[in-house]
Design a protein around this ligand. Structure first.
Ligand SMILES: [Mg+2]
Length: 474
């Protein structure tokens, strides 16, 4: 997912005002007393009726009755912290002349854009050529990835100070606050203090969502971006979700939304009609997650990496190039990064997709599947290079290159043929060792084969080569 259209959600509360219920709450919370959410409960549109019903006994029965119901997970308390317009906000802070102006960070495509730019319909992932047409006055900045990382770490350290388990990713953090209510007292008040502290320390605003699981915490936050704070509880979840557009469900990207809309499934509620087997047939292993999420559940724990729909690594070249050696070096590097992420998460992709864009703006993409899913660099690279050679048909310079892994199976589920097993075991051990070294010293310490060609051409930091396009695409 990326930082894109999230702000287009139907925010009930206007940006920056916080949640009505929140600000009106007297904020007088006795230490050690858990606020039951009465005053602080966020009431959204259709959720109002359900939420207004007295007590947990009035939870809508519809969930249990909805066919093959998802397993009920024990309720947790998750705080989702999302940095508002992250890269663009930092650039606006670094250069006061940019304050209040539409600012885009990105090369080739938008990696992040300010709220002033979003008013023109700009979103992360949009090609810059299109963005310039929609908003000719926008200031476009290449980006300063290292600086962004410092800001993110400063913010995430504050999250780690309040929660025993924190999972961070690019510009967002999930904090598991389950069991800390006695320590923190009123959780919305605590979140407000966190927001204030982050703003004082970094000048950045964050949006906070509190909910009984990851998905709901994040989704309720989206309704109050930027600089918002909102809470949702289990009782309000069902009604909150039912009429939301299908794109808003965690795990449903643009491609999957298109598939679902073509099946006339327009809302999260409508997705409940599909049995879990149908969702798994459509989307693979993540289908099971969609099945529970559209019902308001989410069994993915904080710190547990979920199976993503895709893992993408993409960049534009520092200078457009027609040099095949450079193309293949970059492809090897991108494949290495993507495969490492797949190994970290514990998944093997079946499908590999390669895309390129020429300097003139035209692009092409091609995907093919492996016979046996694999997250080993040489296996994926062989296929990716073959796709690249088929795609790169013109004698013209390339502007950008990308690889996407998808169609995942859990790593432990893979069965190679008996003949391959000893070799596969050796290879797995080798890459495990690589990953260990890179974990300790950074991805860039081990650069192999064609990617060596990039040494000396690209700047490096402790994370590896500094790619031209910083990406918020997740
Ligand atoms: Mg953000």
């Amino acid at each position: 997912m990326n930082e894109n259209a999230e702000e287009h959600s139907t925010g009930v509360v206007t940006a920056g005002s916080g949640i009505a219920g929140m600000t009106e709450a007297p904020g007088v919370t006795r230490p050690g007393v858990v606020n039951d959410g009465g005053a602080a409960r966020v009431v959204h549109g259709a959720a109002r009726d359900a939420a207004a019903a007295p007590g947990p006994a009035a939870a809508p029965p519809s969930r249990a009755a909805a066919g093959d119901a998802a397993p009920e997970a024990p309720s947790r308390t998750i705080l989702h912290v999302d940095i508002d317009a992250f890269f663009a906000a930092i650039e606006q802070q670094r250069d006061p002349r940019l304050a209040g102006r539409p600012v885009i960070v990105g090369a080739g495509v938008i990696a992040s854009c300010s709220y002033e730019a979003r008013r023109f319909g700009l979103y992360a992932g949009m090609p810059l050529s299109e963005a310039k047409r929609a908003c000719p006055d926008a200031v476009i900045i290449d980006g300063h990835a290292q600086i962004y990382r410092c800001f993110a770490e400063e913010i995430f350290d504050r999250c780690r100070a309040i929660a025993p388990a924190v999972e961070t990713f690019l510009d967002e953090a999930y904090c598991d606050l389950t069991g800390t209510e006695r320590l923190h007292g009123d959780l919305p008040a605590m979140a407000r203090r966190l927001k204030d502290a982050i703003r004082a320390a970094t000048g950045l605003t964050v949006t906070c969502g509190l909910g009984p699981n990851r998905m709901l915490a994040k989704l309720i936050g989206k309704t109050v971006k930027p600089d918002g704070l909102a809470r949702i509880d289990t009782a309000g979840a069902d009604a909150f979700l039912v009429d939301r557009p299908i794109e808003q469900l965690a795990g449903v990207g643009r491609a999957h939304a298109r598939t679902l809309r073509s099946m006339n499934i327009q809302t999260i509620g409508a997705l409940r009609a599909l049995p879990v087997a149908a969702l798994e047939a459509l989307f693979g292993a993540p289908g099971r997650l969609l099945h529970e999420r559209c019902r308001g559940f989410d069994t993915v724990a904080v710190t547990e990496r979920e199976i993503p729909m895709t893992i993408s690594r993409e960049t534009s070249f520092h200078r457009d190039t027609a040099d095949r050696v450079e193309h293949e070096g970059m492809m090897e590097y991108l494949v290495g990064r993507a495969c490492r992420t797949a190994r970290e998460i514990g998944v093997r992709p079946r499908t590999v997709s390669v895309r390129l864009r020429y300097a003139g703006g035209d692009g092409d993409e091609h995907a093919r599947s492996l016979k046996t899913p694999s997250h080993n660099d040489p296996v994926v690279l062989e296929l990716a290079l073959d796709l690249l050679r088929r795609l790169f048909t013109r004698r013209a310079a390339l502007h950008s290159l990308g690889v996407t892994l998808s169609n995942f199976v859990r790593a432990e589920g893979e069965q190679g043929s008996l003949f391959d097993e000893r070799e596969a075991g050796r290879r797995a051990a080798l890459y495990q060792a690589f990953d260990g070294v890179r974990e300790a010293y950074g991805h860039g310490v081990l650069v192999s084969g064609r990617a060596l060609h990039l040494k000396g051409r690209l700047a490096e930091d402790q994370h590896g080569f500094v790619l031209r396009t910083p990406s918020l695409t997740k």
